[in-house]
Design a protein around this ligand. Sequence first.
Ligand code: ADP
Ligand code: MN
Ligand code: MN
Ligand code: MN
Ligand code: MN
Length: 384
Amino acid sequence: ATKSSARMLSTTKVACSKILKDSPNAYLNKSIINRYNKLKYDSRYVQATYVWIDGSGENLRLKDRVLDFVPSKAEDLPNWQYDGSSTYQALGGNSDCTLIPRALYRDPFKAGPNDVIVLCDTYKPDGSPTESNHRAAMQNAYDRTKDQEPWFGIEQEYTFLDTDGRPLGWPTAGFPGPQGPYYCGVGAEKVVARDIVEAHAVACLYAGVQFAGTNAEVMPAQWEFQVGPALGMKCADDIWMARYILWRVAEDFGVVVTFDPKPMEGNWNGAGGHCNFSTNKMRADGGMEEIKRAVEKLSKRHDKHIKAYDPRGGKDNARRLLGALETSSIDKFSWGIADRGTSVRIPRGVANANKGYLEDRRPSSNCDPYSVCNAILTTCLLDE
Ligand code: ADP
Ligand code: MN
Ligand code: MN
Ligand code: MN
Ligand code: MN
């Protein structure tokens, strides 16, 4: 167990490079496990993978537990303990933290037909949420705004890396040709590792994530998937589950996934987590008025939102929101119709229909979607 406190970790950049040299994951024979996955054991037993956000606020941990019943909702599963001193969430002396199951998914990886993955949030020994548990605050805000039926839809950009920390498929010395041909591209010289992207989509749909689509991004080895639109907690929960599934699928392929918002400095696009938002009033005829009211409120709380939109209080986004490469400036709020250089964009189709949703383009790709949705709910609907 490490002694470092959660606070120490939150100020330290967790390096994504050089985790393993020559990862064995891709070279292990993937079919040997089938000998074991064929074994039939007592069908009463179900394997449950408990997944939670660690003290970094951006990485996930998991451990498996065998149940002797088939759960049908998250509340059916028992709470569980873990060693918070090994996840940057507690100090050695009093390290038992509690996992509370919150969202249940079908497991696309294990062989048992009833195996599940359960997304949990985390609590300290005194019963209060851990520092990186931002779900609790969002749940509180959602409970007070339920009547407005808030929907979220999040676009998750990410980058594949080789185990040496370099974007997958990039020359070891030198760079690929300049950006232009890669976005939504096809062909071996334009996109990297589509197999992982397509396996991820299928696994997410199987799991019960409200998966909405994928596309290749502007920087080679960079991709995007979308989740939603979904009511309340569901989109943020599903983004975390989809991140877990992506890391897990890519692990099979021996490929590293980073959600860092600016994996390559210079003339290479960063990665975002655009958050699309609407309420029942915004979706109803003439909802544009309500959308503009929300934009007006957002314009007055720019600093609050920048603090909530990456895990380092704006430091990560400072590398990405440069006012270039399809981003706005980190210092100044802006909005516009169909303008991708703004903080908040109202899509062309929404303006034409005079109703719909707004897109907040500021969240970084490694944002905690609970913090992002919580900031939007408290600013736009609760005036906090
Ligand atoms: P773009 O790349 O043009 O910004 P995408 O198609 O990648 O757009 O993503 C659109 C996102 O908007 C999706 O995540 C979708 O779930 C979300 N969305 C669509 N309609 C709504 C709505 N009414 N409320 C909230 N989110 C929405
Ligand atoms: Mn143990
Ligand atoms: Mn998109
Ligand atoms: Mn995109
Ligand atoms: Mn977008």
